[in-house]
Design a protein around this ligand. Sequence first.
Ligand SMILES: Cc1cc2nc3c(=O)[nH]c(=O)nc-3n(C[C@H](O)[C@H](O)[C@H](O)COP(=O)(O)O)c2cc1C
Length: 209
Amino acid sequence: MSLQYINMVKILEEIEESALIQLVYTSSLTVISRFNNSLFNEVKSHARVYNAQHGITGILCYGNGHFLQCIEGEKANVLALHQRISSDKRHKNVKVLLLREIDQRNFVDWRMRLLFLERWLWSPATKEQATQLSSFLPFVPHAWEPEHTEKFLQTIKTFETAPHIKAAGITYSAFANMFRHIIGPHQAFLVVQGILSLLILVAILLLFL
Ligand SMILES: Cc1cc2nc3c(=O)[nH]c(=O)nc-3n(C[C@H](O)[C@H](O)[C@H](O)COP(=O)(O)O)c2cc1C
């Protein structure tokens, strides 16, 4: 039994069943899921229905192969969802960063907005907020202390615009997104290199045939 689990039990014992709670956890995408190009859409569409039915609100962040999700709602509902999410085989190393009773919700959206913590996935609106996010990058939330997690939540809470990329961009898998954004800016260079290599090949062939 991990210390983390014992701590969670202790905290939960002191919270009434009908109370509003906030649970923040982090996890990592499995290697296979990095190639799943519908993962983000699958999670979002499931969350949209389930969370609305169970009064759950929050935000889901992704970057650098890691998730950080904040879920808020009635104690029983939040714990039930956390149980389902923890047994989801698409991610691993689920670690609770924050668990506490709250007076009011920090995130009122049950659609589970997606915030990407990778610079190349940022919308122009997020780029404007980049200086506020820089102390949380590169995104490695497993190492975060509760205070840092709290600071992160307070920072993203102030974002007025939906800080995610347009829906079309999420149709790539995590791996494809990385590949696309590394290759993308170097397209012209790669085309010129390709043509030059082809010309050299033709010249060599002409020389020896
Ligand atoms: C990072 C991550 C976050 C998720 N967040 C939610 C969520 O907020 N709400 C939800 O209903 N499902 C969420 N899911 C999906 C659940 O883990 C699970 O697939 C879903 O509840 C279906 O469970 P079932 O197959 O047991 O019915 C999430 C999955 C992942 C990987």
